[in-house]
Design a protein around this ligand. Structure first.
Ligand SMILES: Cc1cc2nc3c(=O)[nH]c(=O)nc-3n(C[C@H](O)[C@H](O)[C@H](O)COP(=O)(O)O)c2cc1C
Length: 264
């Protein structure tokens, strides 16, 4: 078992998996450790996780997650949900006032769920398993909720795939520490400093994209000449698609009571 610093140093998102199943005892141990070892707002434990292992069901999740191949390969998908259904039912049964069906409730539940997801990820990684997050959970919130039979006021916020890695990718770079850390007050970098912060990232990221013939062809076709342009092009984080997805997410959260009148 790796220590936390070792697991963090060894972290790479894994996108190719061997089919070996993960023993139930390991899953239980990781989840128990993560649940009992992660802070929880008000100790309200406003999250749930749904495990998907059955290949037919995983195939449907693969479709909902934008057909990312590793969903089919990895033996386990864990969907982390902001879940007020259990707590609110309990409150009602005890004659307590209802709460958490509001924007603050959504944030509290989502933060708890995401904190848990990272503890679970570290637990698996410390045992030599690979993980990859799936941001596509947000794009397909509604459909995933239906597919997993999530009840009222329980919504999926993120997911990971887990399995035995079948690749050993290099460590991905981050911006330098000075980009993130501010001493006492926030200091906005001037243009030269900003260019300096992104210099290495732009070169490495662009080289990585251009080494992939599919991405290179897309860049040429779209007249894209930099990493920044690629990021918000139709091939990656397309602003029009994001605007449409945001509207869908807002409608879905409203359906679940997380955006009551007055907060919209
Ligand atoms: C919330 C979240 C969502 C992500 N969604 C995806 C995804 O849908 N597909 C994917 O291949 N990687 C996804 N990733 C992985 C990131 O691309 C990855 O963490 C990033 O490129 C840095 O690489 P590293 O994790 O190997 O350090 C996601 C990561 C996070 C934190």
């Amino acid at each position: 078992m790796q220590t936390v610093p070792e697991a963090l140093a060894g972290h790479r998102s894994i996108r190719k998996y061997r089919p070996d199943p993960i023993p139930q005892a390991v899953i239980n141990e990781v989840l128990h450790e993560a649940i009992t070892g992660t802070s929880s707002s008000g100790n309200l434990n406003s999250y749930s996780v749904v495990l998907t292992r059955e290949p037919g069901r995983k195939r449907r999740l693969y479709e909902l997650h934008g057909e990312q191949e590793f969903v089919l390969q990895a033996p386990l998908v864990v969907t982390f949900c902001a879940d007020w259904h259990r707590t609110r039912t309990w409150l009602r049964r005890r004659g307590a006032r209802d709460n958490f069906g509001n924007l603050l409730g959504y944030h509290v539940g989502a933060f708890d769920a995401v904190l848990l997801s990272q503890s679970v990820s570290l637990g698996f990684e410390a045992r030599g398993y690979g993980i990859c997050y799936m941001g596509t959970t947000l794009n397909a919130m509604h459909e995933i909720a239906q597919f997993l039979s999530l009840p009222e006021s329980c919504v999926p916020v993120t997911s990971i795939v887990v399995g035995v890695p079948d690749e050993a990718p290099g460590k991905r770079d981050r911006l330098p520490l000075r980009a993130f850390v501010h001493d006492e007050t926030y200091r906005v970098p001037d243009e030269a400093e900003l260019d300096d912060l992104y210099r290495e990232r732009e070169v490495r990221g662009w080289e990585r994209y251009m080494a992939d013939p599919r991405l290179r062809a897309k860049a040429e076709e779209g007249g894209i000449t930099s990493l920044a342009q690629f990021y918000t092009s139709p091939y990656k984080y397309d602003p029009d698609r994001h605007a449409a997805d945001s509207a869908r997410i807002a409608a879905f959260l409203a359906e679940h009571g997380f955006l009551p009148e007055g907060t919209r």
